[in-house]
Design a protein. Structure first.
Length: 236
């Protein structure tokens, strides 16, 4: 593909995300879940018909995909790479001032403390887990992100993750993702998704309402201490 052709494709994506409603939809879908048009319409404060029009454009572009279950239609981000693009773009701008109002401020603080970024952990929790894994030699960050042999063994024995099939996946085992609130990298890729899945399945973190914020539970704090020698106090 020529530079001109690549520039044209980049301009198309930029135009799609330049609309506040479509951008709000994409940010909401960073939780990795599938949403209905009605749910996204309420999140963005637009009419259902308007939401449907915007979603048609997002799915036609390949940024989102539609899932059908019976008579119901759901939409979600196309893949982890698309989610990383959205999160990375958000990380390039200055952190906004704390929103006015107790409810908005509380929601913003919850997202900064811990959240999901598509299928991996983000916020202070995600960055802290990444740092702890690095400190224990589970992650090698000398040249980007790489899961060490020790890290792969840890995934298998400590988390019960079967990593044998990872070599056949098109997705990278360990990948860095810029955290838009912490302005530092957290773990993404297959390893990041596996850690997040394990934390959710074990009840070590729980979702906060219908948002993508997560909170660390008592059992999660204990698990962090046992698995990663972490003090969970600052993350509560």
């Amino acid at each position: 593909m020529t530079d001109r052709a690549q520039g044209a494709k980049l301009a198309e994506v930029a135009a799609l995300l330049a609309d506040p409603t479509r951008a709000t939809f994409c940010v909401a879908m960073l939780d990795g879940r599938a949403w209905t048009a009605g749910e996204l319409a309420r999140r963005a404060g637009v009419a259902a018909s308007t939401a449907t029009e915007h979603l048609h454009r997002l799915t036609a572009s390949g940024l989102c995909v539609e899932r059908r279950q019976g008579r119901h239609r759901y939409v979600q981000l196309a893949d982890p790479e698309t989610a990383a693009l959205i999160e990375s773009l958000a990380g390039h701008f200055p952190v906004a001032e704390a929103p006015a109002g107790l409810r908005a401020s509380t929601a913003s603080a919850a997202l900064a403390r811990g959240r999901t970024c598509y299928d991996h952990l983000a916020g202070r929790l995600g960055v802290a887990v990444t740092d702890a894994m690095t400190g224990l030699g589970l992650l090698d960050r000398t040249a980007g992100f790489a899961l060490s042999d020790k890290g792969r063994d840890w995934m298998e024995t400590a988390l019960g993750v079967d990593t044998a099939g990872w070599s056949h996946s098109r997705r990278t085992a360990a990948k860095e993702c810029l955290d838009w609130t912490e302005r530092r990298s957290h773990l993404a890729g297959l390893a990041g998704a596996a850690v997040c899945d394990r934390f959710l399945e074990s009840g070590w973190v729980r979702r906060v309402g219908s948002t993508r914020a997560v909170r660390l539970t008592d059992s999660g704090a204990t698990a962090l201490q046992e698995l990663l020698d972490m003090d969970a106090g600052p993350l509560r």
